[in-house]
Design a protein around this ligand. Sequence first.
Ligand SMILES: NC(=O)c1ccc[n+]([C@@H]2O[C@H](COP(=O)([O-])OP(=O)(O)OC[C@H]3O[C@@H](n4cnc5c(N)ncnc54)[C@H](OP(=O)(O)O)[C@@H]3O)[C@@H](O)[C@H]2O)c1
Length: 310
Amino acid sequence: MISRRQVLANASQLCLLGALAPDRVYAQNGLMQRTVPKTGERLPVIGLGTYRTFDVADNPTELDRLKQVIEIFFQNGGTVVDSSPAYGPSEAAFGYLSQQIDLPDNLFVATKVRADGRDQGIRQMDASPQKMGVEKIDLMQVHSLADWQTQLPILKERKAQGIYRYIGITASREELYEDFIDIMRREPLDFVQINYSVAERKAEEVILPLAMDRGMAVFINRPFAAGALFPYVENKVLPDWATEFDCHSWGQFFLKFILSHPAVTVALQATSSPNHLLDNLKAGQGLLPNEELRQRMVDLIGLTGRPPWT
Ligand SMILES: NC(=O)c1ccc[n+]([C@@H]2O[C@H](COP(=O)([O-])OP(=O)(O)OC[C@H]3O[C@@H](n4cnc5c(N)ncnc54)[C@H](OP(=O)(O)O)[C@@H]3O)[C@@H](O)[C@H]2O)c1
C-alpha cells in the first residue's frame, strides 16, 4: 500500500516537474534505481561522467552548455557524478557550475585520487571537495590503481574516520585487470569502477561476477567506448526488436545492454550535449533486454575489445 508520505512526495514531485519546461523533463516516473550492496542505499542507474566533456577552460559557450547538461541531469532524477583530479579542470568546472543551480539533496559525488606518495595523495584528496563545490565526497576511488599500495590505506583510514562513506578502485584497461581482481579478492571495497560495453566485454568474465560475490557496487565507465561506438552505427538502422526493451536510439541500446547485467549499479555516461543526455537518460526507464536479447545485441554490433576495431 502507498503511504500518505509517498502520496505527498509524489504530488510535490509532480508539481515540481510541472513547473519545468516540458521538453526537458520527462522522467516523471524517475530513473530505475539499484542498491549499493553494503548499505542498501539506492542510486539511479544513469550517472554523469566528466572525463574530457568537463575539461573546459573558461569558454562561456561551453560552460553554458555544460550548465544545461547538469541541470537536465538533476531535473530528471540523476544524482551520481564521477570526476577525478586527473581530468584537468573537470572537478572545478563541475564545482563552478553546481553553485549556479539547485542541487538534489541526495547528490552522490564520486571522485578519485591519482597521486604518487602519501603526501601528494592527501593533498589531492583534500582539494577535491572545494573544487567540486561540495562539503563531502561520498565515494573516493583509487584512479586506475595508481600507487594503490599507498593510496588505498589512506582511503581505508578516512572511511573509518567518517570522511568518506564509500571507497573503491577504478580501471579502464585490461592490462590492469589481473591486479584489479587480486585487490577485489583481498580488500574491503564498497565500489569498483570498470570499463564495460557491448564491445568491451572482458569484465563479464571475472570482475562483474566477483563484484556480486563480494557485495561490491559497480560503476561502469566507457559505456560508449569513449564515444567510438557511435560512428560505427551511424549508418545502421536500429533493429525492430529493440522496442521489446523500450529502446529507441543507439545511445539507449548501448546503455541498456550495460544495465541489463545484474552486477551493474550505475552506468557513467559522459556527454557535453543536452540532447544526447536527454536521450541517454531514457535508457534508465522501461524494460531491459533479457539474456537472449543481450546475445542478439552483441551479435548485431559484432565488435570485440577496444577501438580501433579491425
Ligand atoms: N579509469 C577510470 O577511472 C576511468 C576511465 C574512463 C572513464 N571514466 C569515467 O567514466 C565516464 C564515461 O566514460 P568516457 O567519458 O570515457 O566515455 P563514454 O561515456 O563511453 O563516451 C563519451 C562520448 O560519447 C559521446 N556521446 C554520449 N552520448 C551520446 C549520444 N547519445 N549520441 C552520440 N554521442 C554521444 C560524447 O560526445 P558528446 O559530448 O558530443 O555527447 C563523448 O564524446 C568518464 O567521463 C569518467 O567519469 C573513468
